[in-house]
Design a protein around this ligand. Sequence first.
Ligand code: SIN
Length: 360
Amino acid sequence: MNRRLLASFSAILSLVLVAHAAVAAQAVQAGLPNVTILATGGTIAGTGATSTTTVGYAVATVAVQALIDAVPALKVVANVHGEQVFQIASENMTCGHWLKLAGRVNELLARDDVDGIVITHGTDTLEETAYFLNLVIKSDKPVVLIGAMRPSTAISADGPMNLFNAVSLAGSHEAVGRGVLVCMNDQINGARDVTKTDTSNLDTFRSRELGFLGFMQAGKPTFYRSTTRRHTTQTEFDVHEVKELPKVGVVYGYADYGRIAIDAFVSAGVKGIVHAGVGNGSISNEARQALIEARAKGIVVVRASRVGGGAVARNGEANDDALDFVVADNLNPQKARILLALALTKTTDTREIQRMFYQY
Ligand code: SIN
């Protein structure tokens, strides 16, 4: 064979091999659900200097395809497709990221060839993204958020098993219509109630006194209960056209905290303030005066609690009717902020906003 012929033959052979690889990569297995993994960064995509580095590692460094390739068993439970939406530490998550993410999730779930979504996320603000999506996703199909407490390079990294469980859950019939779920450490929690409770422990995501909804065992979900609160297709929130969420600040109560933070938020032009009060949402006299003045300027005030459990009673530690304040029910302050921002996209009527806090 002369040289030119040999060159054309090897060029054709490479083309055939590339085409074959592309077909193989796209091969979908009939009968398996199609699950898209949207990766946003966090510790699950983190890398440490050594296998024992579990603090001081770099977050958001591993690309989505590498996360998928690390768990070959995913192929057994679903046809998986990955998309790198962001690559950030979750403390840098903004309302802008949420709007973009919600848009992509809604777009994907509207397609017949997508059965469920998994979102990999840093654990620090995971509960906030989960609750936001729980209020704005317009589909019954499963959306499952996961992260990891140990970076991908650590001994006993929790990311791979969390990813396997999440993909299995997102492809399951059992997860349909249950709202956005958080699945870590084999436990399935609802987006509304779950919160991060420990800085380092793997068993950090809990719904506190309300408990988890179910658990994963051998890649199969078992549910014991469902949320009674409106979510996804049942909500009145549509962020399709929303370019920016109204600004809402959270003020944290403590002994001798005064009114500095409240006045700063007012000067910054917030539309709402969530007051994370002590006990049953109590407000100091000085802060109360600042909040009364804020309310007189049209800013909506929501009384939440820093305690971490229990509901703030309306007209309990403050006369909410007289002050025209709203109570957060048992939503933690960071989630009350999300609901208030979404509520403010619809109305500034505090009676309506109070209704929303009792329904979502
Ligand atoms: C983050 O939230 O991005 C870092 C911490 C974590 O994912 O656990």
